[in-house]
Write a protein that binds this ligand. Sequence first.
Ligand code: GLP
Length: 242
Amino acid sequence: MEVVIVPDAATGGEIVAEAMAQLLRRKPDALLGVATGSTPLPVYRALAAKVGAGEVQVDRARVCQLDEYVGLPAGHPESYRSVLLREVVEPLGLSPDAFLGPDGAAQDIPAACQAYDAALSAAGGVDLQLLGIGTDGHIGFNEPGSSLASRTRIKTLTEQTRVDNARFFDGDIEQVPHHVITQGIGTILEARHLVLLATGEGKAEAVAQTVEGPVAAIVPASALQLHPHATVVVDEAAASEL
Ligand code: GLP
């Protein structure tokens, strides 16, 4: 595992966007796994700036989702599909057809999960998966205790994650769904390159456990230690307990 400590969140965003741009220059139809949350937003802005400046072409690029809420109506502004269309697909000028994601509104959620894993494989697999990290060490929505071999499946959110994410739902925890679909840890580990971005002091403990702790299901992000090409990009605040 490679750990890159940067002075601030903007620099972290720039470094990760440049890694994505380098991949796209080498492989124009690369499949980029994108994450939600506030941490990756500087990455998407920096990548869109590179596209605008003509430094990289994205007309053949494809993007895919890491996780999704279950039960939000289609088009809900806080469904992860809506968020990623708004923050990634539209600013990059990609077609919505270039965007893969699980169907969080499906009647048969287990079938939708299986279909999504199959779609990722059929697309040739994820070339670079960007990950954030929850304060409890979760990646995607793989909460502590998730099997390190897990596949895309339905999960129940912990109270802590619902509290953390209530800010996207007018601060009202009652509006935060209880269930989600997430790529499993085993699914995530199949991406060719994993890039975990963490910024701010609130992530320092989770980052220390991820990088220096034992590989354990109680800290899902520690599974990155098992991956042959994992990069952890952290600002100084998030690195403060390393
Ligand atoms: C959610 C997402 C994760 C993300 C996490 C942290 O739980 N499912 O993929 O890493 O939020 O979000 P933030 O970057 O806003 O702290």
